[in-house]
Design a protein around this ligand. Structure first.
Ligand code: SF4
Length: 105
């Protein structure tokens, strides 16, 4: 291996390590409401702020009971926060809500 090849491989390895660490850093972090998947799912961090006129699914007493903590796709991992199978690798607020809410069986 010549010197140029060695330097190129070193740069590639360093770049891969930096990119990998950034991906790991994003893993299991709280989902922000402005992120594309959150916007697509109408995710909010506080289910009580959802306008039932815009989201009829959230209307009435049954709608009031909907939040991430009561969703079949949610698994609490720490106090008030958990994973959601609709949003792999990220954490959502137990008090949150999105339009993909699913009742527990
Ligand atoms: Fe919360 Fe369920 Fe929507 Fe996931 S699918 S963000 S747990 S309401």
């Amino acid at each position: 291996m010549n010197r140029r090849s060695l330097i190129s491989r070193s740069i590639l390895a360093t770049s891969a390590a930096v990119i990998g660490s950034r991906l790991i850093a994003a893993e299991n972090t709280l989902l922000g409401v402005d992120e594309p998947i959150a916007v697509a799912l109408n995710y909010v961090e506080d289910a009580t702020t959802v306008d039932p006129n815009k989201h009829p699914k959230k209307a009435g007493p049954q709608g009031d009971a909907q939040n991430c903590a009561s969703c079949a796709l949610y698994t609490e991992t720490e106090d008030g926060v958990g994973t959601c199978t609709a949003i792999p690798g990220r954490l959502v607020q137990g008090a949150g809500w999105c339009s993909a809410w699913v009742p527990r069986a």
